[in-house]
Design a protein around this ligand. Structure first.
Ligand SMILES: [Fe+2]
Ligand SMILES: [Fe+2]
Length: 314
């Protein structure tokens, strides 16, 4: 087969709309038909697909325009409250789209168009979280089975926007930057490949050394990109700091941190436990209360407790 296949992101294959193209996986330089024209990706099927840990699939070049219109139709429908689709399906599509945006920027931070698109999408995502009661629960119910850093970014972004709402932050520009910075905060992990699925205290020395530097290394890699917003850079470099100055890599106290980083930090700590350490959702805030007193503002931890406890058990 000599034709050029076109890569697509698996995270864009979400929701109950049928695909009208074939999707292939590449195995030993061969393209194998994996998902056929007529299939769709809601619920269990999505989870099974995610469990495969595939980031990219391939389509035939003649299907490209059909894939683009599938994606566009999907996302428009997902953001439309009047579409008649249930919130679970809409949240799956929106989560997948945000994940795809994060992947696009992290893979190629020099791509200004991808950054702009992701920044625009960050505003839409804020509105979705603000305007609909079940949006956060539906987004958080999508398990990050493959421990994707981009999916982790979407979860942290969702928690950060919900926390901002609780503490009465209303400026839409700030909320957009918060949402975007939280989405991209672990830029470095996307590239470093260190083992993340155990508590930081249990990491091996070599990994721990890299881990403690990841915020700075990530920020360094994107600081020359003029299109990156200053607040996003601050969130990337400060999201592991604690307000008492005992965090890392710089040991900044709260007054030296960007207020947006102060919001992202506990949200990141929560999803680190849920996604990478296997702590059940109903225990994360209790753990944060016990282990992390002094690291984050107490009212933020309390607000996150209310947010997490208001979600149905999963
Ligand atoms: Fe991090
Ligand atoms: Fe993180």
């Amino acid at each position: 087969m000599s034709k050029e296949f076109v890569p697509i992101r698996v995270s864009t294959l979400r929701g109950d709309q049928q695909i009208d193209f074939n999707a292939y996986v590449k195995i030993n330089e061969k393209f194998i038909l994996y998902i056929k024209n007529g299939d769709s990706f809601e619920g269990d099927r999505l989870q099974r697909l995610k469990a495969k840990k595939l980031k990219k699939m391939f389509i035939e070049p003649e299907s490209e325009s059909r894939y683009r219109s599938y994606m566009q139709k999907n996302i428009e429908m997902a953001y439309d409250r009047g579409s008649g689709k249930d919130i679970t399906t809409r949240a799956e599509i929106i989560q997948g789209n945000q994940q795809a945006n994060a992947e696009a920027v992290m893979e190629d931070p020099g791509n200004e168009a991808a950054y702009r698109e992701t920044k625009d999408a960050a505003s839409k995502f804020v509105q979705f979280l603000e305007q609909e009661d079940q949006s956060l629960a539906s987004i958080l119910n999508i398990a990050n089975a493959d421990q994707s850093i981009a999916h982790h970014g979407v979860t942290v972004s969702s928690l950060a926007v919900s926390l901002a709402k609780k503490i009465k932050m209303t400026d839409s520009k700030q909320l957009q930057l918060l949402s975007l910075g939280a989405l991209l905060h672990d830029f470095e992990h996307f590239h470093s490949g260190i083992t993340l699925n155990l508590p930081v205290e249990q990491m091996k020395d070599a990994d721990l050394k890299i881990y403690k530097q990841h915020p700075l290394l990530g920020a360094q890699k994107v600081q020359d990109k003029k299109h990156f917003d200053a607040s996003v850079l601050r969130i990337i470099s400060e999201h592991e700091e604690y307000i008492d100055g005992k965090g890392y890599p710089m040991g900044l106290v709260e007054s030296k941190m960007d207020p947006l980083s102060v919001i992202v930090a506990p949200c990141n700590a929560i999803d680190r436990m849920m996604t990478f350490e296997g702590v059940p959702r109903k225990e994360v805030v209790k753990k944060l209360m016990i282990n992390a007193v002094g690291r984050y503002p107490l009212n933020y931890i309390q607000a996150l407790g209310e947010i997490v406890n208001s979600l149905k058990d999963k």
